[in-house]
Write a protein that binds this ligand. Sequence first.
Ligand code: FPP
Length: 243
Amino acid sequence: MNAASVSTLQASDGGAGVPRHVAIIMDGNGRWAKARHLPRIAGHRRGAEAVRATIRAAGELGIEVLTLYAFSSENWRRPEEEVSDLKGLLRHYLLAELDELANNGVRLKIIGDYRRFGPDLAAMLDNAVARTADNASTTLVIALNYGAQDEIVRAVRALAQDGVAPADIDIPAIAARLDTADLPPLDLLIRTSGERRLSNFLLWQAAYAELLFVDTLWPDFGRDDLFAAVADYGRRDRRFGGL
Ligand code: FPP
C-alpha cells in the first residue's frame, strides 16, 4: 500500500478512520519455529524483526500509540531457558534499536512489573525510557511481566494507599492509577496466530476496543498486515453502547 492509501484510510468516509491506540498480542513465534524445525528462540528472533517492521508501519499510518505484549506475568511458567532467551533478546533489541527509535521520534514506555527482570535489564529499560521521553511522533508501549488482573490489583492498592473514600472510587479514579493512565483509549486490539483469547492483556482498556483476530503467525506479520488491520478497523461502526 502506498502513501495515497494512508490518506484514504485516514479519510475513510463515516468509518472509524485510523486508530489512535493499537495493541497487539504477538502470538505464534513458537509455531513458526516448529514448522521450520528450528528452536523456539528462532521464532522469537523473527518476532523481534516483525516488531521493527510494525513500529515503522505504525509511524507511517500515524498511529499514536502501539502497545505490544512482549512478556506476560504468566510467561514465567515457561522453561527457564526460554525465559532467559527472551530476556537476552530484549536486551539485544534495546542495544540494537534504541538509536533508531530515539532518532525517529519514538517515545518508549513500559507497562507491567518489569523490575522482576533484574536490576541490569531494569536499568537499561529506565535509560531507554528516559532517553526517549521527549519524543512525540509515536509512543511504543512494551508490556513486560504484565498481567491485566495484576495491573488492576495494583491500581486498587494505590487507591487504598491514597486514602480514597469508597464513595469517591469511580471509573476515572481507577483509570488514573492503571499503567496506561497517560495513554489515549485503546481502539484496536489485534491477536495473531488464530487464537481468540485476551490472555490477561489490557482487560480494563479493552472495554470498548475493536477486536481483530488474524491467522498470521507473529513472525510473518508485517507492514501490509498492519495496514490491512487498520483498513478493517476503519470499516467498523463504533457505537460505545449508543445507537
Ligand atoms: C508468543 O508466541 C510470543 C511471546 C511470548 C514473546 C513475544 C516476544 C517477541 C515478539 C520478541 C521480542 C519483543 C520485543 C518487543 C523486542 P509463543 O511463543 O507463545 O508462540 P506459540 O503459541 O506458537 O508457541
